[in-house]
Write a protein that binds this ligand. Sequence first.
Ligand code: COI
Length: 383
Amino acid sequence: MSTTTPTSATAAGTDGGPVRESAAHAFEVRASDTARSDAERAALMEAPVFGTVFTDHMARVTWTADGGWRDHRVEKHAPLQLNPAAAVLHYGQEVFEGLKAYQHADGSVWTFRPWANAARMAASARRLALPELPEADFLGSIEALVRTDAAWVPSGAETSLYLRPFMFASETFLGVRPAREVEYVVIASPVGPYFSSGVKPVAIWVVQDYHRAGPGGTGFAKCGGNYAASLLPQQEAYAHGCEQVCFLDAVTNTELEELGGMNVFVVGADGSVSTPPLNGSILEGVTRSSVLTLLGEAGREVHERPIPLAEVRAGLEDGSVAEVFACGTAAVVTPIGRLASGDFDLTVGDGETGAVTAWVRDQLTGIQYGRAEDRHGWMHRLI
Ligand code: COI
């Protein structure tokens, strides 16, 4: 069993170093001619369901094999024009990211560890044979878009502007090879909690007959195909009254890997905290890395280790597992109150939010919303 006390500079990216270069100045702003009025925007932002409301603009950069990255712009959020033979529609050559802009009490707007997202997007792009977007362009696209659509950053509790950078093969070509034309786009969406139930314990269906990723596959990359592969088991989860699926490893089918769209943590009754190790098929979550850092600094034993499902089942039955939680940019830190599958149905603790889950959520959101000191240099000011 490995015990780790991660520092803030884990593999998910390094923070707090010298101020990073941003290419925000390179983005030409072409204002939308259909921007919503103040009243329309206020109505849309009242209680947005996650991922349903979008701001007036999007950031965009185009890449060609001959010309590299060019035409940095912020333009109207509008449908993309694609030839039906565009490679992404056939072979799924696509990667994406997720990060948020948070409004602080003084009206300033910040984002969280965007360098880690830039690095992860570059790693995902390499795996999908897409071009790597320079970090300065990634940061610049976020800054330029959020500054243009500043009025869309919500200020209520637990709200933020969710940013979705993505990159896809736009070349019109049906041959199977890396595309020679690629688009990078960032869209933005004001959001509240990811789950429709709000910030409450969710039920998880442990799927034992499908896998999300295997050795040498694309599990560590944030590519659309990983999420597409989770949708059928996700339907199974819904049918059993669960909000998300938890996948097991593809080699032994015995160890927890990750949920359909977030990482998973298990808290022992002895106070120790475990999460599956980054074995190549698990997404290297920025929230996962931050949670490990915060818990380790608080003096907790934190382990990145294989977690057998049998151990969790036995632990929930005999009380040695006290809490289970999920984490991710969208989900933040979400308590898990029930773990079920074809052959078991177990309540986690008393089914309510556990103390460690609540503590780490509070610490993390404290930093993100500017209520707590940013000791690690994780926050990056946008406005
Ligand atoms: C995120 O947490 O940002 C993600 O991309 C996960 C997705 C399921 C919303």
